[in-house]
Design a protein around this ligand. Structure first.
Ligand code: PEP
Length: 254
């Protein structure tokens, strides 16, 4: 059994939502939120809103990050943003390997591995998302699937760097579907990921943060976040409305 970690991480993934006015209004409300001491709140915005985050969140306790970056420093990569671009606007975090990037944009493990290495070398914390499709869950092959995703993404990453990464378990069948994984399944899968990381990097177990994501809402946050091995949540749809996000960030400790 892993001892209770210090704090929780509450991360919002806005995806490709909100217009400029809506984003500004939500960021302003977020900047005035109260949050439990030692917890960490991170908002992943569409990158066009990073300057707005810098303006509104810089003196708040809320961190922000990008949903995607390219690993190269600069050059002929039309449409991409470099890690320096996002860090110049104060982003300290970036999502890597979200299932929408893997499935819609065809991002493979080799690319994700390069993104992880690039971010780590720029002191930007990656949030590495892994998660199985429904078929793997139904066939009970999800552990092998998750192990492969982790192993391939982490090639050549040392233990010190592995500790800096935040891991997010997001079963694909639970993202944006309203179907949440059962607390028992969340616990055993997060524990499996923790043990796998410990197998890959001996002794890392108690130092890594592992989040759950997939249809987290204000109605299920208390149950999910109090599940053993859950160090926080990554929230999509329910983070777009201030009242809902505020309730999630101010979850009840059980
Ligand atoms: C996500 O986009 O990472 C996510 C978990 O979305 P939702 O909360 O809407 O399922």
């Amino acid at each position: 059994m892993v001892k209770k970690l210090r704090n929780k991480i509450l991360a919002a993934n806005w995806k490709m939502n909100l217009n400029r006015l809506e984003a500004f209004s939500l960021l302003q409300k977020i900047s005035n939120m109260t949050i439990r001491e030692n917890d960490k709140e991170i908002v992943f915005v569409p990158s066009v809103f990073l300057p707005m985050c810098e303006e509104v969140l810089t003196n708040s306790c809320v961190f922000y990050g990008a949903q995607n970056v390219y690993f190269e420093e600069k050059g002929a990569f039309t449409g991409e943003l470099s890690i320096t671009h996002i860090s110049d606007f104060g982003a300290r975090y970036a999502l890597v390997g979200h299932s929408e990037r893997r499935n819609i944009f065809g991002e493979n493990s080799e690319l994700l591995n390069k993104k992880l290495k690039g971010l780590l070398s720029h002191n930007i914390t990656p949030v590495l998302c892994i998660g199985e499709p429904l078929k793997e869950r139904e066939n009970k092959t999800y552990e092998a699937f998750l192990y492969k995703q982790l192993k391939e993404a982490m090639v050549g990453i040392c233990a010190e760097d592995a500790k800096k990464i935040i891991y997010a378990y997001e079963p694909i069948w639970a993202i944006g579907t309203g179907k949440t994984a059962r607390p028992g399944d969340i616990k055993t899968t997060l524990e499996f990921i923790r043990n796998t990381l410990n197998y890959m990097y001996e002794g890392i177990k108690e130092e890594v943060y592992i989040l759950y994501g997939g249809s987290v809402k204000k109605d299920n946050i208390d149950e999910i976040i109090n599940t053993n091995h859950c160090d926080g949540v990554l929230v999509g749809g329910a983070a777009l409305d201030f009242d809902s996000w505020n309730r999630i960030v101010n979850y009840e400790v059980k």
